[in-house]
Every structure is written in C-alpha cells, then in structure tokens.
Design a protein around this ligand. Structure first.
Ligand code: NAP
Length: 485
C-alpha cells in the first residue's frame, strides 16, 4: 500500500496551481504489479480539464517566457535538490506502482535529477548568432525563443525519468507544460507537481492531467495554443500523435519503440559481454526501449557465450521490487506476461531451445523467469517484435557483414550494442549499424550529457545532450536595416 506518510502521494490533478478532481468526479484505480493490490485512485479527466490546463499553461507562459535564464536555472537546481533529498520516498512510490526493484527506482530518481541539473546548466547557454551581413547597412541577428506551451505524454516503464528529460529542457527554455503520465503509473507523474512547487516554479507553468489517453491526447494535439508535443511510448501511438499534431503544425519529438540487437564477435571479452548482456537485457525486467531484443553471437564463441548468459540469467533474484536484493521484479500487467509467454511458445514451436527459464515464475502473478533461448531463427516472432520482457533470443552468425545486415533488418533504430576487441571491426560495425545509440563494449550507456534518440521508426528528435534543449526553442531571424552605415 502507499504509505500515508509519503508526502509525494497526490491523488488529484494540477491545473493552474490548484489540485483538483475530475469534473465528473470519476477516478481510476492504480495497482501494485507485484501483488495485484489496488494502491489508490486518481482522477479520470478528459477534454474539458485538458483545455483548462492548456489555458493555464498559456497564461503562465506570458510571464514565464520573460524570466531570466539564471532564474530558470535556479528553479531546476532546486528541483534537483528536492528530488535527491527525497529520493527514498519518490523511489518507493515508483516501485509500488511500477514494480521495478527499489535500487533501480532510486537510480531512476537519481538520473532524472541529473537531467534537471544538466538542463539548469544548458539554460544559460541558449546562444543566438550575429551573422556577417551581405548588406552594408543591415545587420543579421538570430535569436532563440521558447516555443510556448508544450505537451508531454509519457509511458509507465520510466514514469519519473522520462518526464525529467522533457520537463528539464522545457523549463530551461522558458516553456510551460501540460503533462499526461501513463495510466498505470500516474503517481510518479503527479509527484512532479509537488517537486516543482517546492522548488518555486510559478503556478500554471506545469499542469498535470490523468485520465482518458485518447481524449486528452486529441485535445493536446488539436489545441493551437500547444506548440509542441513531446512523446515517449510505442511507435503505434507515436504515429497517431504525429498525424493529429499535423493539423496545427506543431513541433514534435518522438521517443518510440526499439528492437535492440546485441552483437558478440569472436574477439570479445566474454566476461564483459555477459555482464553487459545481463544489464542490457534484464534491467527493468526487460521492459525498456533500449533493452536488448536479439543477441547475435559469432559461431566460435556461440556455445560458450550462451551457456554463460544462461547461467547468469538463472542466478538473478526474482521478487517484489520492495524486497531487499531483488534484481528482477514483475512485469507490468497480464497483457505483458501473456505476450512474453506467446513469444516463447512461438520460438519453441519453431525450433528454439530454452536453456534458462522459459515459463512463468513460481511467485505467480506477472513474475516471469529470466529466460534464454538458443538456436533463435529469423522466422521467430521476436526477430521483428519488441519483447518487453526478460527473454533473450540468441542467434548464431558467421560473417561480420551478415551480423550487421541482420541487426539492421528491422523497422526500428533506437539502441544497439556490440562487443569486440578488434579496433578496425569496432569502427566498421559502428558505422554499419543504423541506430541512434551505439554501445561499444558497454551495455548501459544513457547519460544526460549525450543525445538520446532513435532513427527510422524509433522516433524523431533527441533528448539530453547539448541538442536536447533545441527541441523546445524556435529560431527567429531578425534583419535590422536602415542603419545608415
Ligand atoms: P504507449 O501505449 O504508447 O503509451 C505511452 C503513453 O501514451 C501513455 O501515457 C498512454 O496513456 C499514452 N497514450 C496511449 N494512447 C494514446 C492516444 N491515442 N493518444 C494520446 N496518448 C496516448 O506505450 P507504453 O506501453 O506505455 O510504453 C511502452 C513503449 O514505450 C514501448 O514501445 C517502448 O519501447 C517505448 N518507450 C520508448 C522510449 C524511448 O525513449 N524511445 C522510452 C521508454 C519507452 P495510457 O497509459 O493512459 O494509455
């Protein structure tokens, strides 16, 4: 259950600085995936409340856009401090609604706070340009201005840090926001309203709505006062939002699905590759957009790597996220575990050999055993589909160019990883892989300093890095003439 003493538990929506219920009084239940128990209820809002939230954000923008970069950096630094001072309480909330191990939840709060700090620093570096003029009596100036009201829609798998990557640059740039967290994990999203308030963000500069995704999404996309949609979630929903946002020609950033390949070459350091494989696959129970979906291992080391991976997977401690020592929590819901089970059954039917796990865990509910499947083949469903669960298909390859071609044979292009100790090969493979994020001899690479974003159907735009703030800025060219020079 949610602890009554946790001051980051909020069961209301934030509109124009007021915590409110849905107009209809309707609520929806949130459950703990580890136990299936209902942990609380939050408002089920719709179009009318979303419109009011947009109006509040729009009114707040008129003054927020005039704050100085130093003032906004100060707010972000204070938000960082509030998060880190309350890391335990925020992590507990996250684990209870999402299921991930408490240590991972603390890590998520920590990296979210790091994103805020990064953008606090970037706020002060939004430079324009003075461009050499082709006219003697005119001067050319390029300014960067906040786009205005932004709408952020986020998924359940990283319910806190996915918002940090959007809220951080939005505040840094001088934008105001309307946020829609995922239905399964609204508490971590609502907590952002309390964090912002404690840090002194002006009323109306952040608004948070929970409820009907499709109605809220339609209003956010159709309303001309919203100038940007920033979305993290499935490619399917991303496409809907891009189409809807086209009518009012909004800026869009889309962080969508992935199908990450993990290549292990004959020259790889096997210990490091197995360690990286475990982190890149089983973190968050395999429910991250950058989780490895397909392992490709070169023939000479195929058996050795697969056996070692199976052994390491079997040693992972599965349990409720709140239990000390848990390394893999439950899956988010019944639909998720049903899909994982279907993908495993499909692989077995087509000749896959289960060498670790392969079935639901004895803990019941949505717990699944860490699984490794040998003899994976292109015709198996997970070759194309996102697994989003703790299952490692291991494919065998012989030639480097085949491995690259098979790794690229997907509509997605988010993250990929490969292990080799051959420098020339490292460059050839890195250049050949059509992915936005490449880990060379590393299985976990996300950091606020680097741009995060996908190619192909994994998305458009980047979050983090020095480019992250650009997504929240418009460019204005000013020609100053009649100078009589
Ligand atoms: P999802 O079903 O696309 O949902 C994401 C968000 O969109 C939720 O807030 C959801 O609301 C909302 N939504 C659903 N339908 C909508 C609509 N018609 N209009 C407006 N909003 C709508 O994705 P998910 O299952 O939560 O998350 C898993 C997916 O996210 C995976 O594909 C994963 O790869 C991807 N992901 C990508 C990244 C990245 O950075 N590239 C990071 C994390 C996750 P409700 O929850 O209320 O339905």
């Amino acid at each position: 259950m949610l602890s009554k003493s946790n001051r980051y538990v909020k069961e209301a929506n934030l509109i124009g600085g007021q915590w409110v219920a849905a107009d209809s009084g309707q609520t929806f239940e949130v459950n703990n995936p580890a136990s299936g128990q209902i942990i609380g209820t939050v408002p089920f809002c719709s179009k009318a409340e979303t419109r009011r939230a947009i109006e509040a954000a729009s009114a707040a923008f008129e003054s927020f856009k005039n704050t100085t970069a130093n003032e906004r950096a100060g707010i972000l630094r204070r938000m960082h401090d509030v998060m880190m001072d309350n890391q335990d309480a925020l992590a507990e909330l996250l684990t209870l609604e999402m299921g991930k191990p408490l240590a991972e939840a603390k890590g998520e709060i920590g990296i979210g706070a790091q994103y805020l700090l990064w953008f606090a620093e970037e706020a002060r570096r939004v430079y324009g340009d003075l461009v050499p003029s082709p006219w003697g009596d005119r001067r050319i100036m390029v300014r960067k201005e906040p786009v205005g009201v932004i709408a952020a829609i986020t998924p359940w798998n990283f319910p806190s840090s996915m918002l940090a990557r959007k809220i951080g640059p939005a505040i840094a740039a001088g934008c105001t926001s309307v946020i829609k967290p995922a239905e399964q994990t609204p508490y971590s999203g609502l907590a952002w309203g309390l964090i912002a308030d404690e840090a002194g963000l002006p009323e109306g500069a952040m608004n948070i709505i929970t409820g009907g995704a499709s109605e809220i999404g339609k209003e956010l996309c159709a309303n001309p006062q919203v100038r940007k949609i920033t979305f993290t979630g499935s490619t399917e929903v991303g496409k809907i939002l891009m189409k809807q946002a086209a009518n009012t020609v909004k800026k869009v950033s889309m962080e969508l699905g992935g199908n990450a390949p993990f290549l292990v070459f004959n020259s790889a350091d096997i210990d490091k590759a197995v360690e990286g494989a475990i982190a890149a696959k089983y973190r968050n129970s395999g429910q991250t957009c950058v989780c490895t979906n397909r392992f490709y291992v070169q023939s000479k080391i195929y058996n050795q790597f697969t056996d070692r991976l199976a052994e390491a997977a079997e040693n992972l401690k599965v349990g409720p996220g709140m239990e000390t020592g848990t390394q893999q929590g439950p899956l988010i819901d019944d639909a998720a575990i049903d899909k994982v089970e279907e993908l495993v059954a499909d692989a077995i039917k087509k000749g896959g050999e289960v060498v670790a796990g392969g079935a639901r865990h004895s803990l019941g509910g949505t717990f699944f055993q860490p699984t490794v499947i040998k003899n994976a083949k292109p015709k198996m469903r997970f070759s194309k589909e996102e697994i989003f669960g703790p299952v490692s298909p291991v494919y065998k390859f012989t030639k480097e160019e085949d491995a690259i071609a098979r790794a690229n044979d997907t509509i997605y292009g988010l993250a990929c990883y490969f292990y080799t100790q051959d420098l020339g090969q490292a460059f050839r493979v890195m250049e050949g892989l059509k992915y936005g994020l490449v880990g060379v001899n590393e299985g976990v690479i996300t950091t606020p300093e680097a741009p995060f974003g996908g190619m192909k159907e994994s998305g458009v735009g980047t979050e983090g890095g020095r480019h992250g703030i650009d997504e929240y800025l418009d460019t204005k060219y000013v020609c100053i003439g009649g100078l009589g020079l």
